[in-house]
Write a protein that binds this ligand. Structure first.
Ligand code: ATP
Ligand code: MG
Length: 241
């Protein structure tokens, strides 16, 4: 399989008749890091929720790893880190991970799994801390470690590095690149343009529409600019929304 996600003519209308996604199509290849980049309210989370099967499209279709989005068989092949914290503050880091590992059907060797994923995010020393007593960036890393359980083929991460310092951000990108070498596909949303430069491919989203799709260097070449931020501004070009 070479295509991880295939989206055809997807539209999503949310309550209040908000047209959050408007007829978007894309094919995302396996084994790459793909950034969904766009301003706040552009539709990144809506697109992510549609891909992971939490939102039903109003029109169009989504195929994930060869199956329809939301198919039960995708449960152990796909992980989703939400934009809001999704771990339990009154449990310790380890207790959270054990809970999620069991929920995902890993009943044996949970200690080994927990140790592995905590090592990946450099949080072993906080294994017995209550999540509510951790810093924002540490909580973020616990959420990410949950998404690493079971070595999913596709990881969908909504703003995974927001609120992290540059050193931690660097180490997470190292981890993302390591995961990619194992064939994992990463979908990462961000509104940070410098983060966009680290992705293999970018989908620039604005007002529910895809305004560009390509590698950072392709987009910069296409627009004759030096940074993705400039490319984005050039593509938007003062058009009304
Ligand atoms: N549950 C909802 N009901 C109605 N409208 C919603 C809902 N969630 C989001 N929207 C609207 O849909 C549009 C897209 O929102 P979305 O959350 O996908 O944006 P985003 O790109 O993820 O933004 P951010 O960078 O702030 O996370 C926005 O106009 C938002 O107000
Ligand atoms: Mg969002």
């Amino acid at each position: 399989m070479t295509i991880a996600v295939k989206i055809k003519n997807l539209s999503v209308t949310l309550s209040g008749d908000v047209k959050a996604l408007k007829d978007i199509s894309m094919e995302l290849p396996v084994g790459r890091s793909i950034g969904f980049i766009g301003p706040s309210g552009a539709g990144k989370t809506t697109l992510i929720r549609s891909i992971v099967g939490r939102l039903k499209p109003t029109a169009g279709s989504i195929e994930v790893l060869g199956l329809p989005a939301g198919d039960a068989k995708l449960r152990d092949q796909l992980s989703y880190m939400t934009q809001e914290l999704s771990v339990y503050p009154d449990l310790t880091v380890k207790e959270n991970l054990r809970y999620f590992a069991i929920m995902m059907g890993h009943t044996k060797d949970t200690n080994t799994i927990i140790e592995e994923v905590l090592n990946e995010v450099d949080m072993i020393d906080k294994a017995d801390s209550l999540v509510k007593n951790l810093s924002g960036g540490q909580k973020q890393r616990v959420s990410l470690s949950v998404a690493l359980i079971g070595s999913p083929r596709l990881m969908v991460l909504d703003e995974p590095t927001i609120g992290l310092d540059p050193v931690l951000r660097e180490s997470l990108w190292k981890l993302f690149n390591k995961l990619k070498t194992r064939g994992t596909t990463l979908l990462i949303s961000s509104h940070s343009m410098d983060e966009a430069e680290r992705c293999d491919d970018l989908i620039l989203i604005r007002s529910g529409k895809v305004i560009a799709h390509g590698s950072p260097s392709e987009l910069k070449k296409q627009t004759g600019t030096k940074t993705i931020e400039e490319s984005f501004l050039s593509l938007v070009g003062g058009e009304p929304e």
